[in-house]
Design a protein around this ligand. Structure first.
Ligand SMILES: [Zn+2]
Length: 384
């Protein structure tokens, strides 16, 4: 649910840093609110340009401390054997993209608390600096340091709410995991609490907005984000846990319904796509699968162009979308193009189609497991 298209601005400690284009808008909003609302009441007679310059500087420092928080997570995660792809700044803050998950609760506990630990250090350092500054004079510097101390303290408190997937929720999940030895149960409990917080934020935020506090809407937005993210993370963590040693052949659907690369798009629509509403189809050249055709790409095409275009010209050739029968299902869930196309072709050693593995197949298996595990006498997993 977090957008993946980011502009890479550099690599620090071996981990690339990316920025979502819309983040510039957020930077502008912060600068504006600081230049208008924070500095003028605190610095007597401040010039407009100075308020804007300080606003921009404060906003950049805030984002620098968010980046430091994410690097805290990322560096500890990497040291614990979890691969970190990159760190992204997007609309609601930062995120460290990891591949795979912690295999031991102490690893998750370590990397989940590393980010808040960095934020705590930043907030405390700013607080101490504020105390060290002379009480009179240097009002602009005092206002700047006070803002960074305040905003980092607020970030710390918010991040440490036990609302999975916020950091506090991850810490809680790791603690339950350590206490029960059952990562699945820990994830379900943490996700349920996270959703609870989501509903609470939405209700409280809406109530605030209707009784004249428009800031409540922002809280409601965060609530909706938590609700979605808790569900998605829970599903992902659960799938990771259940399928880390399950090969694609066990979950794939057969036979693979393929489309010939050299047929026209219009013909493919008539013969296959309207009869089988799948999000994507393997494309074959002779006997070999060469890529996937996403239905979404065809839907956006005007009818006239469908006659003229060959399937080959719309095919997604990403090799990550072709997997062998032995490929690990949990590993596939981490592949960005699989998340985008929602299906992968399962092929034999010669590249011939064996079946199709879809996110729906994975979800079905997950639901079946939940039902059976909840009913089975040997593995009593309480549903939460
Ligand atoms: Zn964090």
């Amino acid at each position: 649910m977090i957008p993946r298209r980011t502009i890479r601005i550099g690599t620090f400690a071996g981990i690339p840093l990316g920025i979502h284009p819309l983040w510039i808008v957020i930077l502008g909003l912060f600068t504006w609110s600081l230049a208008v609302g924070w500095y003028p009441p605190r610095v007597d007679g401040i010039a407009t340009w100075a308020a804007w310059a300080l606003g921009l500087l404060s906003a950049l420092l805030l984002f620098a401390s968010i980046v430091a928080h994410e690097y805290g997570h990322a560096i500890v995660a990497r040291r614990r054997g979890i691969e970190v792809e990159e760190i992204d700044l997007w609309l609601l803050g930062g995120v460290a993209r990891m591949r795979g998950a912690a295999r031991r609760p102490q690893d998750e506990l370590a990397y989940a608390s590393a980010g808040p630990a960095v934020t705590l250090v930043v907030a405390a350092a700013c607080g101490l600096l504020l105390l060290a500054l002379p009480a009179h004079g240097l009002p602009a510097l005092r206002a700047l340091v006070a803002y960074e101390a305040l905003v980092n303290a607020a970030l710390l408190v918010f991040n440490m709410l036990p609302a999975f997937p916020l950091d506090g929720g991850r810490v809680m999940r790791a603690l339950i995991w350590r206490a029960t030895g059952d990562p699945l149960r820990a994830t379900r409990t943490a996700a349920a609490v996270g959703r609870g917080f989501g509903f609470f934020f939405i209700a409280f935020g809406m109530l605030g907005a209707f009784s004249g506090a428009p800031g409540g809407l922002w809280l409601a937005v965060i609530g909706f984000f938590l609700l979605g993210a808790a569900g998605a993370e829970a599903l992902h963590a659960e799938a990771e846990e259940l399928f880390h040693d399950v090969p694609a052949r066990d979950l794939m659907s057969t036979p693979a319904l393929c489309i010939a690369a050299d047929s026209s798009v219009a013909q493919a629509v008539r013969d296959v796509m309207v009869l089988h509403p799948h999000p994507a189809f393997p494309v074959v050249d002779g006997e070999r699968v060469i890529g996937m055709l996403a239905s979404g790409r065809v839907e956006r095409l005007p009818a006239a162009e469908r006659e003229a275009l060959l399937v080959r010209e719309l095919t997604d050739f990403d090799p990550a979308l072709l997997v062998t029968a032995d490929a690990n299902v949990a590993g596939l869930l981490d592949v960005p193009s699989f998340a985008r196309v929602m299906r992968a072709a399962v092929v034999d050693a010669a590249g011939r189609p064996l079946g199709v593995l879809s996110i729906t197949d994975v979800q079905r298996a997950l639901v079946a497991h939940r039902r059976l595990a909840a009913a089975g006498p040997q593995v009593p997993r309480p549903r939460v």
